[in-house]
Design a protein around this ligand. Sequence first.
Ligand code: F6P
Length: 541
Amino acid sequence: MSIPSLSHNDELLALQNVLASQSLISLFVEDANRTEDYSCEASGLYLDYSKNRVNSRAMALLFNAAREKNLEQKIQALLGGEAINYTEKRPALHTALRGASNTPADKKALVDDVHVKMAEFVDSIHSCRWRGSTGKTITDIVNIGIGGSDLGPLMVTEALKPYQQKNIRCHFVSNVDAADLLSILANTNPESTLFVVASKTFTTLETLTNATTARDWLTRALGADVDVSKHFVATTSNVENAVKFGIDARNVFPMWDWVGGRYSLWSSIGLPIALGLGMENFKALLAGAAEMDNHFSEQPLEKNMPVILALLGVWYTNYWEADTHAIIPYAHDLRLFPKYLQQLDMESNGKSAAHKGQVKQATGPIIWGEAGTNGQHSFHQLLHQGTRLVPVDFIAPLKAHHEHNDHQTHLFANCLSQSYALMVGKTLEQAKQEFIDIGYSDEESEQLAHHKVMEGNRPTNTILMDQLTPKNLGALIALYEHKVFVQSVIWDINPFDQWGVELGKKISTLISGVINNEIDGSTFDASTQSLIKRYQNSLKL
Ligand code: F6P
C-alpha cells in the first residue's frame, strides 16, 4: 500500500530509483537554470522548490497525474460552490468568505452582510460606544472555542502581533481543563471583559462547558441581575442554540454549514482577529487569501503554487514513503503555524476511506514543526542524521517588524544554513578531517568519522515573503488550504468531513455518565472500567 493508481506509476517508480541515487547538488550542476525553473511566485509569496529530489520528467509526470485525476475541473467545482463535500452533501466555500473571483452571488451577499455587522461591532468596541454592564469600556476579549473555532483566530492574532490594537487584549480558551479558562479569568476584570463564544455547531462540549463557567464567573462577580448581553456574543451557524444559552440574537454573528470548522477563520469566527487587529487588517488578510484563490483558479498546474507543493508532498508520501512533513517557520510570530496546520492538514487528509471503498495508498502525512531557530536545538539532529526522510517547508519573512537587523540577519542565515546543510550533508572524508583538525589521531579519526557523516539530499521547500503582513499571511494560509485540497484529489478522499473525531466524543459522554453513576459501565472492557473506578475513588477522597 503505497502508490496511488496512476497510469505512469511504473515510470514514476523507476524515476524514484534513479533520483534516489543522484545527489541534489548534481541536479544543480546539470541544470544551470534549476533555481528559476523550480520556483514560483504568487500573491506576495515566493516558493523555491529546487532543493527537492525531482527532475523535469518527474514533475511532468506528477502534473500529468493531477490532470488524470481531473484536478483542473475539481478546482473549479470547489470554487464554484458544487457540493464537493459529498459525504455531508454540501459545498466547501471558504473561498467565498474572502471574495474569490468565482464566488456565487448568493453567498457573496450573505458574506457582505456579516462583514458589515462585524465592522459595526468592532467599531463600537474600539470607539468605546459598546460598554460592559457597569459602564466600563471593553479591554479584554476572551474567545471561547476549540479546533477550528480557536486555532485559526489564535494563530493569526499571534502572527500579527505588531498590528495589535492598543487598549485591547485578546485571549483564547479552548481546553475543557478549567486550568485554561481560570488562568485567563485570574487576570481579567469582569466589568471590562467580552466573551466571544465561538462554535459553528454550538453543541461542542468543551466550548459550552467553558462558556457556562465564564457566565457563572461574571454573575458571581457582578450580581445575578448583570446584563449578560453586554459581555457575551456568539459566532455560530446555530443561532437557536446560542440564544438558548442566553446570548441576545442581535449579538450572534452568523456563519453557515458550507464553511468547514478548520476553514472558518475567514468567517465570523474571525471576529477576535478583527477586534484585536482592526477590521482593515482582517480585510487585508482576506484579500491576500483571495489573491491566492485566484492564482489557484487561473494559473496552469505547472505554475500553480498550491499544486506544486501538493504534488511534491504526494511524491514523498507515496513514492519515498515519508510518513511526516515538517513545517519550520523562521519567524517567532509564526510559531503557532505548524500547530494550526496540524488541524488543517490532518483533520482534512487523515483518512482511509476513498470515494468508493478504501484508499490503496498512504494519505495525509503527520504534520509537525516548530519555529526556527528553536527547532535547531531540539529535533533538527533527527532531520540531519536520523534514519527517516522528513521533507521540510521552511517559511521566512525577509523583513522583521522590529529594527534589530542583526537578529533578523542571524535568523535568516540560520534558515538558509539548514536547507543548505540538509542538501549537501557531510562526507566521510570531511568528517575524518574535522577529527584530525581538532587533534584526534589518524586511527581515532578513521574510527569515529562515521558519527559525523550527514547523508544530505534531504528535500526542502523555502517559502519567502517580504514581511509578515496581514495580506501575506492570508495568502500563506490559503496556499496550504489549497495544497491540502489538491492532495485529497490525488488520493480520492473527502478532505471536508471529520467523522473520525465523532466516536471519541460520544464515548466521553457515556463515560461521564458512568462516572456519575447514571449509566451502567459493565459493557466497557476491564481496563477502562478499572480506570473509571480509580477516578471515582479519587472523588471520594
Ligand atoms: O474536532 C472536531 C471539530 O468538529 C472541528 O472540526 C471543529 O473545528 C471543532 O470540532 C469545533 O467545532 P465547533 O466549532 O462546532 O464547536
